[in-house]
Structures are given as C-alpha cells and as structure tokens.
Design a protein around this ligand. Structure first.
Ligand code: IVH
Length: 668
C-alpha cells in the first residue's frame, strides 16, 4: 500500500479510537494495541514529514495514554454503594439497619449529594500528600499522583498541625458543568472529539499521562470519607469526620446535612431533586450514611457494599415522547436553530415540551422527523435533547426534515458558510436577531437587568420603543407606564434595574455585547488580559491570539466585531448614556523570556517535574505545549529526550538544556 494511503487510514483509525476512549470511556482496543497504531503512524510520518498535517493525531494533545499507569493497592478497600431506587426502598434500608442494631428509636444519618465523578484515594503520610489513586476495582487503583497534584482543591499537605502518620482521604473528583461546556466548546472549534458528559470529561482529564493536560482542565474535589488512618483523631460520628476533613483543608459539600431520622432524609432527598438543576456539578442521587461510627462498624459490609450507607437514586432523566412539530428559532447571531416541539412529558421532575435539535447535520445524523417517537434526556441543567429515534415498527414515517431556505423572521435567504454546520440569516436588520440581542444583553449573566423578560423585550421592539440595546437606557417612566398591562411599580422597578446595570464589570459588559464566539469564559479572559474596554477594542488579532485559551476563530471574530463602525457607535452611545464597564484587574503577567512563546518540554528534568516546569512557563507568560510543530518557539530537552528532540532538530526549533532553562527561570 502506498505510504499516503496507509497514513490516512491509520489517522482515521486512531481518531475513531480516541473518540471511543475519550468520548465514551469505552475503548475497543487495549492501550498497547493503540500504542502500536500510534507508533506505526509516527514512523511513517517521520519518514515522510511532508505528509504531516496539523490535524494528525500525532500533532495533538489529548491522545490516549501511551503506557499504563502504575497500580496502587488501597490500604482499606474502596467499597461501592447499594442503590435504593426510590423513597420506599430507602425506608427498607432504614428498617434493615434498625433491625440489625436492635433499636426501636430512629437512626441518625448524614445525607449528602452523590457526585457523578470519579472516586479517588488520597494518601497522606505525616500530613504530606504521598500519592493518589483511582478507585480501580476497589482493591487496587491506578496511580494518578502527578495529575492529582495539579488540582488546586487537593491539599498538598494537611492543615491544622499534628497530622496523623497515615491517612487515606476519599472523595470524588468531578468537572463543573460550566467547565465541561467550555471544554467541549473549544474541542469542537479544534475539531476534536467531544466528551459525552462531565464524568467522562473528568475521567479523561485525570487519566492522562501528561499532567499538563490535567492542569489545563478545571477539576474539583469533594472529600467525604476516610479509609485507613493510623493515629488520627478519635472520631465518634460521620458528621465529625466531615468537620475533621474540613479542618484539614478539604472541600466538603456544603449541602451535606445531619438528619435526625428517616423522615428528615426523605425531606432532604426531595429538596435535592429540586436543587440538582441549579448546581454546577452533576448529582445522580443522595448518599445516606449512618452517623454513629461505632454503628457503622457493627453493621459492616456485604459483598463490597456497606450495610451502613445507601445511594438513593434520582428519577431517570430519559423518557420517550413524540415530536409533534419542528420549529426554527433565529438567534442573536442569526443562527437558525431547529427545535423539536414535543408531546409534553415529565422528565426528572420537570415537564419538557421542547428540545433543541442544533442544526441540519444533527437532524440528519439522528434521522429525526416530525411524528417520530423519540427518546429524550435532560443532563444537568442542560437544555433537553433528543437522544434517538425509537422505531416501534408500527407507524409509517414522514419524509426527512429540511430546514427552511429563508429566515422565518425576515424572509432573507439563509446561508450556510463553508465548513460550518449552522444555517444563518445574514440580514443585520433582521427583527428576530435584534430582539434576541436585547434579551441577551439584559440577561442575568450579562447586564443582569431584572424585570425585562422575553415578552416585554419583544413588545418594546415591536412598538418601536427599543430598537437596539442603547434605547433601553433612554426609556422613561411615562413611556413604560403607558404600555398596556404595565403597572407603574413594575415600570419604575425596571428603570431602577437598568440604572443599576450601568455599573458593570468589564467581563459582563463584553459578554453582553453578544460577540460571536465570545461566551462568558472568553469574555472574562479578555477582561483579565486587557484590563480596559479601550484596550480590548484596540487589540490586534495577534494580541488576542496570545491569550491562553483564545484560538484563531475567536480572535478573528472579536477583532471583526470591534472593527465594525456600528460597534464603535453602539459602544460610544452606551458610554454616553452612563454605562461604565469597571476596569478589570489585569492578570499579573511577568514579562519574561517565555512571554508569548510556545514551549515544549521533553525528557525528564532533574530539578523539577515536568508539570512544575510547565506551570512555571505558564506563570511567566508562555504556553506549555506537548507536541512540536513549526509554531514551537523553544524546546527544553531533559534526560532521555527522544523523538521530540529529533523532530525539533528537523524543524530547526531552538533547543536548550536544563541548566539554561533554570537560568531563564531565574532571570525574570
Ligand atoms: S461514600 C462506603 N459519598 O459513588 C462508602 N460515595 O456508587 C462509599 N460517590 O465509589 C463511598 N458521591 O465514587 C460516597 N457523597 C458520596 C459520594 C460517593 C459520589 C461515588 C463514589 C463511590 C460510588 C459508589
């Protein structure tokens, strides 16, 4: 077979396995088989560097582990939990425990959210974090110490003085839902496979051989148990245990609660069913633990599950229903987004009537049509989505669905730019876009104007009172109170809210402007990097690109936006009307030999770990990357630097050794 063909085939295969491994946490081949494919691809690319493309899996961070992790036996086994599917089964659990303890009275419990993440065992020797391992099979886990050390919430040493000689601290590593979305968004822009959910993203981030990748992902921790402890504090209850963990410096779930009896547990469970959608982490149930530790010991365990603890699961978030219709919404950037109008159905405690269908490709991929029976799901506070068509074989189906060719709001012909999945209305005066911009501008995470809902925004627009966001600050009591069905009190409340909104952080203001590809996260990166509105407006594409976390498409979009005369007029008007974006504290960045440089570390260093070296480079304004390309500015070669060093030489990238690197670090 010719080399080019083989390379292409290998890439396709590897990308498919990446998707299985990262996206589904469900690999089809073993790590060593994967390594063999990767090695063969590298070999071929080395022989034909002219065939290397930036999207080759060899050029990307986030490849699957190339070696296995070391194994770590746990001192005390990490048990799993029995499930109670509902309140009734929770009652049975309580009854069993009381019978075993031969008690007539109620049992006291600690109840807390069951975090949908990865169990972790953190081992502290004389108060220092010695190592960390995943749960594994409960007896033996994988050593992920270096990666865990990059997680800010994991204490390196126990606070509070007089630490025990040994303590196994157990908890859950998770990825906040907001970070999960940011991560997937940037992976989508980079053409990388998406993670299916926050749990998989956390697993994929923790099980990395290169801890710099873990460091770049925002992972959190909730500690909830102790394993083996030697010479620790004497504890009587589970609740005291949480206080001790807190005193040692661990994050404890603030929703953990002492419940005096089963009834209090049930009330807690109902409260959590209501609360789960408002949390920034996935919770899949409530864990209930007998509070008295001596009782926990007497109850013991049965087939790897404690008799003193149980997980009460939340109602499922998947249901089947019917797509009654498909409608199209025009967003503030003109994107035409199809939505499925559903036969209303209750999912996990909420009635669902609509689900987003994203775009035409998504509809085609899932082959969704009006009239179809479908499975829908809600994950976290994410908008409901259609998982798949369910073929019951009973009904004939309608023809495939095609998005309209014209904007449903203004009738302009919609376009689908090359390489994009989204169909767009490009009429800048499209009324639907204008309304959406107003709604976005005033929304809670933007200018936070209370009292201006979707309906009122549409009315103000349709009645020619507010045509653009600047008009909001020209509203007066007379006009507002004169609107039909508008009470004077709500009118004056709205005016007050508008007035309050003028004092706004730069990040919120940038987000409120509704720049394409600039979400909350990017807006705060811009605010931090530049400090003032003027500086953001005048930033060149290169300066924007220099910011860690901002890619070429975002940089271009922001630059285009601020260059438009309409933007400059609008911002001028808003400032004149009294909107004052507060200057942000610029991130302390030390101008150094690493500023703006893309640096690759290879081999091992004597004076520090690679993760530490990476962190120092980032602190000093550089970018630590794991693969070498033409864009690499500098390679730091430690001991036993292998193929990367060769590649650097081939590409003519500057290479320095450890001594020179240390010198550069000290020169700041
Ligand atoms: S206690 C013997 N508490 O759920 C007690 N586990 O299904 C075992 N989990 O492997 C653990 N949140 O990874 C406990 N608040 C919580 C938890 C929790 C999530 C996970 C944990 C465990 C799994 C069992």
């Amino acid at each position: 077979m010719d080399v080019k063909k083989e390379i292409e085939e290998l890439r396709r295969e590897i990308l498919r396995h990446n998707a299985l491994y990262y996206g589904e946490d469900d690999p089809e081949i073993s790590d060593s088989e994967y390594d063999a494919l990767m090695r063969r691809l590298k070999e071929l690319e080395d022989s034909r560097p002219d065939l290397i493309t930036p999207d080759s899996p060899t050029q990307k961070v986030g490849a699957a582990p190339l070696e296995k992790f070391d194994k770590r036996p746990h001192r005390q086994a990490m048990l799993s939990l029995g499930n109670a599917m509902n309140e009734e089964e929770a009652g049975e659990f309580d009854a069993r425990a009381r019978k075993r303890m031969e008690t007539e009275g109620p049992i006291e419990y600690v109840a807390e959210p069951k975090i949908d993440g990865l169990g972790i065992n953190l081992v502290y020797e004389s108060g220092r974090l010695a190592w960390a391992a995943t749960r594994g099979d409960g007896e033996v886990g994988e050593d992920v110490t270096e990666n865990v050390k990059t997680i800010r919430e994991v204490p390196r040493s126990l606070a509070g003085g007089s630490p025990p000689p040994l303590a196994e601290v157990r908890g859950e590593i998770y990825m906040p839902i907001s970070s999960f979305r940011d991560l997937n968004q940037s992976r989508e822009l980079a053409g990388e496979p998406l993670f299916a959910n926050p749990r998989n993203a956390a697993a994929g981030s923790l099980r990395q051989l290169d801890s710099r990748i873990t460091a770049g992902r925002n992972l959190g921790l909730f500690a909830y148990q102790l394993g083996a402890v030697e010479g620790g504090p004497s504890l009587e209850t589970q609740f005291d245990l949480l206080r001790v963990l807190e005193g040692w410096g661990f994050p404890i779930n603030p929703l953990a609660r002492l419940c005096r009896d089963l009834e209090a547990v049930t009330a807690y469970y109902r409260e959590m069913v209501e609360k789960r959608d408002g949390l920034d982490y996935e919770v899949d149930g409530v864990v209930v633990k007998v509070n008295r530790l001596d009782w926990q010991r007497s109850l013991g365990e049965r087939s790897r599950e404690p008799r003193w603890a149980v997980a009460i699961k939340f109602p499922p978030r998947q249901k089947t229903t019917i797509i009654k219709d498909i409608t199209v919404n025009v967003g503030r950037t003109g994107a035409l987004t199809p939505a499925a109008e559903l036969e209303p159905v209750e999912v996990g405690g909420v009635t669902v009537k609509r689900a987003t269908l994203h775009n035409q490709d998504e509809i085609d991929r899932k082959d969704l049509r009006i009239g179809d029976k479908v499975l829908i799901q809600r994950a976290g506070d994410v908008i409901p989505e259609v998982v798949k068509f369910i073929d019951d074989g009973e009904h004939g189906r309608r023809p495939s669905y095609l998005l309209p060719r014209f904007c449903p709001a203004c009738g302009t012909e919609a376009v689908r730019p090359e390489g994009e999945a989204v169909l767009r209305c490009i009429n800048v005066n499209c009324p639907a876009q204008a309304k959406e911009r107003i709604i976005h501008f005033t929304s809670r995470n933007a200018m936070n104007v209370d009292g201006l809902g979707e309906k009122l925004a549409a009315r103000l627009y349709d009645e020619d009172i507010v045509k653009g966001v600047a008009d909001l600050y020209r509203l007066d009591l007379e006009t507002l109170a004169g609107l039909e069905r508008m009470a004077e009190k709500s009118a004056s409340n709205l005016l007050e809210a508008l007035d309050r909104s003028k004092d706004v952080t730069l990040a919120r203001f940038l987000f409120a402007l509704g720049i394409r590809r600039v979400g909350e996260h990017v807006a705060s990166l811009l605010a931090e990097a530049f400090g003032t509105l003027e500086a953001v407006m005048d930033a060149s594409e290169a300066e924007l690109l220099n910011i860690e976390g901002i890619g070429p498409e975002v940089a271009r979009s922001a630059r285009d936006f601020f260059q438009r005369p309409e933007t400059r007029d609008l911002i001028g008007e808003l400032l004149k009307l009294g909107v004052r974006p507060r200057e942000a504290e610029p991130r302390v960045k030390i101008a150094s030999a690493f500023s703006g440089k893309s640096v690759v570390l290879t081999g091992s260093l004597e004076s520090m770990t690679r993760a530490e070296a990476g962190a120092r480079i980032v602190e000093m304004g550089g970018k630590a990357s794991s693969s070498i390309s033409k864009k690499t500015d500098l390679v730091i070669a430690g001991k036993e630097a292998g193929s990367k060093l060769e590649k650097a030489r081939k590409l003519g990238v500057k290479v320095i050794g450890e001594t020179e690197f240390i010198k550069m670090l000290e020169e700041k």
